[in-house]
Design a protein around this ligand. Sequence first.
Ligand SMILES: Cc1ncc(COP(=O)(O)O)c(C=O)c1O
Length: 393
Amino acid sequence: MTMKKPTLVNHPPDASPPPDNRPVVAPIYQTVKFEFDSVDETLRALRAERPGYFYSRSSNPTTRQLELTLAELQGRKDCVVCATGVGVVAQTLLSLTKQGDHVLCFIETYGPSRHLIRRTMARFGVQHTLLSIEDLEGIEQLLTTRPTRLVLFESPTNPINKIADIAAITRLAHAHGALAVLDNTFAGVHQHGEFEVDLYLHSLTKFASGHGDVMGGAAIASEALVRGLRADFTVLGGMLDAHAAFLIQRGLKTYFVRYRTQSATAQRVAEYLVAHPAIERTRYPGLADSPGHALARAQMQEFGAIVSFDLRGGAEAGRRFAEALHLFAMTPSLGSTESLVMPPQLLAPRDLNSEQQRLSGIGPGTVRLSIGLEDPDDLLADIEQALQAAAGA
Ligand SMILES: Cc1ncc(COP(=O)(O)O)c(C=O)c1O
């Protein structure tokens, strides 16, 4: 068909490679829409009677490739991705709960997820109980006495690496008809797959993408559970963009190398800190005398990149330490290739009452490090000089 130029630029020539000439890296399907030649084929695709795509808010080949990869890594049948980690928590809660339902979450639950349950979902009549993740007796008692829709928990927890007993919590949830929902962001997409967890949530902003340049979230579960989530996520609208999906997929290529290297360096840093006189307590799951170490060894192959510790000098020492570091950016997030630090002033869980703050284990001198891919000797030298600066001022 001959076209005038304004028509041509909207219907450009096809330059797709032939079917036997594939791109080695999958292209970014930066398109909102997909078409078929006939109404009937479009309807068949919409009824899932044939493969195909229609509208990228529902699905897109680039995001789908990421979903399939993540489902395999976590050892489940399906996955749906989302624009951010906290977005996947929010959309999951909206999808799985209704007015009058009760949710169990924890003092140690990630702050914005706590806010979602305690404030946002409460406005829709979803009730909750907040316990300590270490209080297995309290968890059992609560689930025995109060019908509960889901238990949302994390392991290791943010920021002080408490280790949840995943098998026990999952067993208790199932014994009382609740879904076990594990925010597995800290452990990563390759760990904890052997447990009977119903639904894994992830912030892909962290280890999965790894480079601190893109945000994303994922819900990974059985086909039936993901089908229900996808139906709601599609209309809630927080889908991941194809370009972000491409960047996360690219990040995953180095995921194992990064996670293992960062874990090994974190172990060295933790061993250095635990022996340091300025430090009262170091929390890293790989440390033999860290609480939860035995459980962590049973549940994890690698212990992650987060090391937290308490400075004897308290909050002001924490401030001086963080400000004196050269190689650690003072900023949130974790799991990226560059090292990060959060001082006590930025970690304090202000929404918790004093008893809950005590149970959280976050003290006035608690500092969180996220260990990156820098040379371990350089990181240790930087930490040493910052500890001296913190003590000397
Ligand atoms: C355990 C956990 N879940 C969820 C999130 C939220 O992820 P995002 O920042 O991608 O929204 C975070 C972010 O720090 C997190 O640590």
